[in-house]
Design a protein around this ligand. Structure first.
Ligand code: FUL
Length: 608
């Protein structure tokens, strides 16, 4: 089992910190620390303040903007999760041009791309020796193509960092479920990727698994996967099912306002994680992963910073019918403030289309997004905001602003090479009405951006109300972010008013639509797009015109990835269906009966 305790506990770094006057020796803990048995809260807080990232975690954090590229067999089958039975001959991008991806992504500010080298369907985008289920069996370039290689070369050309997503869950591999055999198969795939393509900066292991209670049970050998990365690409960060980068807990692009990189969440690849995390009653989804209250109960702490992954479109893979659903500039800007601005790295997915190109609409939106950031962040209203400030609790520092400064954003940055320490701060501005409080915040970390109504002021005062030991503030800046129009979102997935509908049964869900209609598709839209244990995952759908004779329309369908990304999922029927009654038998991920509310169902009616 992975025991990095032995490495990291003793890897206590001695740094010389020059503090203006005296030189003092400071002890830091790199990536991990264990609290001594019976340590007091005060002792724990002091230790946590000295937990710092590894050099590669620090380099990763500084990238801020990274791009996900979901591309594979799903691009051609129009699915989100393939079942592994897809014919490789479906893979045929007509104009694949990896340089087009990277040139455009570089131009709009991305520092790294991560490619889905293999998604859950098992189809490999490189000609692997481990399986026939790969590009080598496709007609693309007569089976001589290699997407990973083309992308790697484009990254080299444009000086873009490169990462790989390799799904542990594999619905194609015969050996999946035969644990030792599959672990070796997976290590062979990983070895190919980490040896044949030059430097790899991030390895992304997805934790998703939709096998359900009766599915195949694979026990992953995380320790062996971890060692393979350490041996072949020691500078890469290991993400999600890894101990360098933590999944933020949703796929909506929403970080936490209080985001601790110094966290008590034990990474899932450690055997002790289940025990540790259930004792603290926490998971990736928890709101609080690092407060004093959490430290008090914890036995160890990790430098385990958050990554916010979200797609520019509703789905992760390209779907033509989502060309009109590319996120708006306002949505992207909000995501930016709620990820990079909340002490996280943004991993924004931009899925190449069936041509093998990034779609024009997405490029256009990314350009608007880049232009907006440029416009906002080019003009820092603060004079001398980069004075290094070592602040004790209660300390204040006043900054002079440029003449007639109007601003609605303040940025704070801590020097995280000395730990994450700020717990509470206040911002005040000197306006023509005197000093007024404009905002309050909690954590800062690598970067914190606060938004508030526009103020006109001559001075900005920052107070560090609470912190662990003393905080090292590296930079304070103020900007004006032009307001963007709120867009109205319409529920476009239901065209039949629900006022006439009646629920005839809850389990299975039976709905009387009130009249006979001709329907081309139906939608399941989990309430508020929130995950819940009772969410439907597998389903069988019947319809009827009289409520007695039922016709099976979809058998054992799957709402792929519904738990992580609970957005509306529309199922288009092979042929239009005349119906008045809908019956849905549905089960959860765990195989229990799902609970579906009538409001979560929609139909597209083509004629009455
Ligand atoms: C999830 C997967 O199931 C999705 O398909 C997607 O790859 C997302 C980034 O992670 O867990």
């Amino acid at each position: 089992m992975i025991n990095r305790l032995s490495i990291t506990s003793f890897l206590i770094l001695l740094l010389l910190s020059i503090n203006g006057k005296a030189q003092e020796k400071e002890e830091y803990y790199v990536k991990h620390l264990e609290f001594p048995f019976q340590a007091t809260l005060e002792e724990k807080v002091k230790m946590a303040a000295k937990l710092v990232p590894t050099p590669q975690q620090y380099a990763w954090q500084q990238m801020e903007l990274t791009a996900f590229l979901h591309f594979g067999i799903n691009t051609f089958t129009n699915r989100e999760w393939g079942d592994g039975n897809e014919d490789p001959s479906l893979f045929y991008p007509s104009e694949l041009d990896a340089e087009q991806w990277i040139r455009n992504l570089k131009e709009v500010g991305f520092k790294m791309v991560i490619l889905t080298a293999k998604h859950h369907d098992g189809f490999c985008l490189w000609p692997t020796a481990t399986t026939k289920h790969s590009v080598a069996s496709s007609p693309w370039k007569n089976g001589k193509g290699d997407v990973v290689k083309e992308l790697r070369e484009a990254c080299r050309k444009y000086d873009m960092k490169f990462g790989v997503y390799l799904s542990p869950w594999d619905r194609n591999a015969d050996c999946y479920g035969d644990s030792p055999r599959y672990n070796q198969f997976f290590i062979n795939q990983l070895t190919e990727l980490l040896t044949n393509y030059g430097e790899i900066h991030e390895v992304w292991f997805d934790g998703a698994n939709g096998e359900g209670p009766n599915g195949k049970k694979q026990v992953y050998d995380w320790n062996a996967f971890y060692k393979t990365i350490q041996r072949l690409q020691p500078k890469a960060v290991m993400a999600i099912m890894g101990d360098d980068v933590r999944w933020v807990g949703n796929e909506k692009g929403l970080g936490r306002e209080t985001e601790w990189s110094t966290t008590v969440l034990t990474p899932g690849i450690y055997e002790r994680s289940t025990q540790n995390n259930s004792r603290l009653n926490i998971s990736n989804l928890s709101e609080d992963l690092g407060s004093r209250a959490m430290l008090e109960q914890a036995t160890e702490a990790f430098w385990y910073p958050s990554e916010v992954d979200v797609s520019i479109r509703p789905g992760w893979f390209y779907h033509k019918n989502e060309d009109s659903k590319v996120k708006s500039l306002k949505q992207l800007v909000d995501i930016y403030f709620q990820s990079v601005g909340y002490n996280s790295v943004l991993l924004l997915n931009i899925p190449p289309d069936t041509r093998g190109l990034i779609h024009e609409t997405d490029i256009q939106r990314l350009k608007e997004f880049a232009e907006y950031r440029k416009q906002t962040f080019a003009d820092n209203k603060i004079r001398k905001g980069n004075r290094y400030w070592n602040a004790s609790p209660g300390d204040e520092l006043t900054y002079r602003l440029k003449k007639n400064a109007e601003f609605n954003v303040v940025m704070l940055q801590e020097d995280i090479t000395k730990g994450q320490r700020v717990e509470k701060f206040t911002l005040e501005a000197l306006t023509d009405k005197g000093w007024t409080e404009i905002a309050q915040g909690t954590t800062v970390g690598y970067k914190r951006l606060l938004r508030f109504p526009t103020v006109k002021a001559t001075r900005l005062r920052v107070r560090i109300d609470e912190c662990r030991l003393s905080a090292h503030i590296k930079q304070v800046a103020a900007y004006y972010a032009p307001p963007l129009q709120e867009e109205r979102t319409l529920e476009s997935w239901n065209t039949l008013p629900r006022s006439e509908w009646k629920v005839l049964s809850d389990t299975p869900l039976v709905i009387d639509l009130g009249k006979n209609v001709t329907v081309s598709s139906f939608t399941y839209a989990p309430y508020k797009a929130e995950p819940k244990p009772s969410i439907a995952y597998r389903y069988t759908l019947y319809t009827s015109t009289d409520g007695k004779t039922w016709k099976k329309i979809v058998e054992d369908g799957e709402f792929s990835n519904i738990m992580n990304n609970p957005i509306p999922q529309t199922v288009t029927f092979e042929e239009i269906v005349r119906m008045r009654f809908i019956k849905m038998e549905a089960t959860t991920m765990e195989g229990d009966n799902a609970k579906i509310d009538m409001k979560e169902i929609g139909v597209t009616v083509i004629t009455d």
